[in-house]
Design a protein around this ligand. Sequence first.
Ligand SMILES: NC(=O)c1ccc[n+]([C@@H]2O[C@H](COP(=O)([O-])OP(=O)(O)OC[C@H]3O[C@@H](n4cnc5c(N)ncnc54)[C@H](O)[C@@H]3O)[C@@H](O)[C@H]2O)c1
Length: 323
Amino acid sequence: MTTLNIGIVGTGWFGMMHAEKLSKIDGVKVAAFEATSQEKADRAAQKFEGARGYDSIHQMLDDRKLDAVYICVPPFAHGEIETALIERGIPFLVEKPIGIDEQVPSAILKGIETKRLITSVGYHFRYMDGTERAKELLRERTVGMALGYWMGSMPGVSWWRRMEGSGGQFVEQTTHIVDLLRYTAGEVTEVYAAYGDRIMSGKQDGVAVPDVGTVTLKLASGAVATISNTCAIPAGDRTGLHIYTDKGVLELGHGGLTDIEAGRRTEYANRANPYELENEAFLHAVKTGDASRIRSTYADAWLTHRVTIAANESARTGLPVKL
Ligand SMILES: NC(=O)c1ccc[n+]([C@@H]2O[C@H](COP(=O)([O-])OP(=O)(O)OC[C@H]3O[C@@H](n4cnc5c(N)ncnc54)[C@H](O)[C@@H]3O)[C@@H](O)[C@H]2O)c1
């Protein structure tokens, strides 16, 4: 079996999480790391046999023949990395969100489509057992509305706390719930957002993002939804999407799915690791050219991203935004 050589861009929490998981897969070699300094890249590379570190994407791609690259950088850092990979025709898996505005991801998408490049985006909720079961059940049900949540505390990393670093909570974190809504209930046609700044600014270092928000969404089907988020409470509360249908409620969360029909509750726990399934789907595509197992391509993720950017615009202008 030929070995797939993988490069990792970004050596923070998620870059290293992906590297660890990839290094355990037969036929996969984590061959290169690119970071914001040579020292950081070398420190990451030391942990993986035969891997090398680089402080420039171009040097990494000149020096190593890579079959695919995982991009695990903060939201503000997208653009140059993807462009370099598109130019060389190298497939990539990029962590969500794909940017902090609409322009950079739109230009990247154009390049991907021109080259017909294999891509995957880290919307891992799509690979959860509960999500799969919800999609099956929804084939026989009519969605009336959905309520989504990402209720948590303020992340410690500095880029997250600035709009120009992360795009804010709705773009950075709650994007998973927007994606889950699109994946289970269909396309969003209009958003209206209200954000607030209630608790965190001035309380913790460098916080300049809204810390509460509620977004109302209209769907192409005629269904409606609201998705709310906060990053101002001391510890994580609920994260998930509750879908109200003609048969009852489907409650999707990190743990799995609860199907509530006329008061009867059926639980479907998430068993498989969604990141492993996400890797399997992407690596299969890289190996064979068959991308049908990838549940979130760049083009699909762009549609989710567009909804979150429209929410930011609506919160800023006070007006609904049609998509
Ligand atoms: N799918 C998920 O559940 C999930 C979970 C965690 C993080 N993420 C996403 O992964 C991304 C990274 O998050 P993280 O938690 O690893 O952040 P992090 O801050 O721990 O790590 C990001 C790293 O990227 C580096 N970096 C910045 N610009 C770079 C560039 N141009 N080239 C190379 N490296 C660069 C930073 O110096 C840092 O070391 C974010 O978009 C985040 O939303 C996704």
